[in-house]
Design a protein around this ligand. Structure first.
Ligand code: NQM
Length: 358
């Protein structure tokens, strides 16, 4: 950090956008760092007008990257969710979309040396202790963001970033089934609380009076529905051992319905109360995990294919994830998960935080 500003790279990671920093470019003290990030992104303010945040949870994100502290990882990645309209910075969740930019950023900043036409970076997920690998093209020793891979919710195509995950179970709660059950009843509705990379409350859309095929906009305008989602997640937070989650970004809620476009499951996700325009990567992995539980709520609505690849339908298209569970253990054991994303460097430079208190 200099008196004038902070070195920062703005990147699109999957269907999200965030400010990427080297840990060394930020204050070491977490309270000072968070204060700075609120001023960089422009929070709290519904428009984030005086910062670089995009006025939506999907575009109010931060990645803090440093050299790996453990020999099993090339880099450490701390994800921070900056609340748009509250002075809150949370480290309580992972973000698989922002993760897609972490490997390319590590190469851009010289933390990791490229290894030929493709480079694989081993990433420790500092928030939850899990790990991931990201593989992406680096022809001639430079990250190449161009390519032919399309992901729903992002116009055009870009280079594939192949993500693999390990140790996802119980990311924020310590358990794949944080309540110890595949089904709980909250507000008279059956839900499945699951945490395979992301703590998620899964319920049938019809139990909340919607079809599950609404657009993101229709859901955003349904105040009564959003109030019910908030009530569900507040109670689920307690049951999942997360305590009072009123100011937290987790758990998310995913409403499910039978697929209607060739997928395995149709989803509408709330982060934590605003509707997601698509679905998060680890959110989708957790929703599929819920659908694989023989007694879970989502199973009744899913059309599960053979094998471990699942096409998750969401408001703007499809997200394919791979999920492997061992259902012969009690509770089931998460074996591995994977997905393909794209990422793009948008700008690299110096960001100037607003003065004063957030
Ligand atoms: O679940 C949004 C996103 C996410 C999280 C959120 C994500 C994931 O789409 O891995 O990527 O759940 O807040 O960026």
């Amino acid at each position: 950090m200099t008196d004038d500003g902070v070195r920062c790279m703005l990147m699109r990671g999957g269907t999200s956008k965030g400010a990427y920093f080297l840990a060394d470019d930020l204050p070491g003290d977490p309270a000072e760092r968070d204060d700075l990030l609120l001023r960089v992104l422009g929070s709290p303010d519904p428009r984030q007008i005086d910062g670089i945040g995009g006025a939506h949870p999907l575009t109010s994100k931060v990645a803090v990257v440093s050299a790996g502290t453990d020999p099993s990882a090339d880099v450490d990645y701390l994800f921070l969710q900056v609340t748009v309209d509250e002075p809150v910075v949370s480290s309580r969740q992972n973000c698989g979309n922002i993760l897609a930019g972490v490997g390319p950023f590590a190469v851009e900043r010289g933390l990791v040396a490229p290894t030929g036409d493709r480079t694989e970076v081993r990433i420790r997920l500092v928030n939850t202790g899990g790990s991931a690998t990201a593989s992406f093209p680096t022809p001639g020793g430079r990250v190449d963001y161009r390519g032919g891979t399309a992901i729903a919710g992002v116009p055009g195509t870009a280079a594939a970033v192949v993500l693999g995950f390990a140790d996802t179970a119980g990311s924020a709660t310590g358990r794949l089934l944080p309540t110890g059950r595949a089904v709980d009843v909250i507000d008279g509705i059956e839900v499945t609380c699951v945490d395979n990379g992301m703590p998620v409350v899964v319920a049938a859309a019809t139990d909340l009076g919607v079809t599950g095929y609404e657009s993101h906009q229709e859901l955003a305008e349904d105040r009564a529905l959003l109030d019910r989602i908030q009530s569900l997640r507040l109670q689920a937070g307690e049951l999942m051992g997360l305590g009072d989650v009123s100011a937290e970004s987790v758990p998310k809620t995913t409403l499910v319905a039978p697929p209607r476009d060739g997928g395995a499951l149709c989803t509408r996700t709330f982060i934590p109360v605003r509707p997601h325009t698509a679905i998060g990567v680890l959110g989708a992995i957790s929703a599929v995990t819920a659908a694989l539980l023989p007694d879970g709520v989502a199973r009744r609505h899913a059309r599960l294919p053979e094998g471990s690849r699942f096409d998750v339908e969401h408001p703007t298209g499809h997200l394919e994830v791979e999920v492997e569970l061992d259902l012969s253990t009690d509770p089931p054991t998460a074996l591995r998960a994977a997905s393909v994303r794209t990422a793009r460097k948008l700008f690299d430079g110096t960001v100037y935080p607003r003065e004063g208190k957030p």
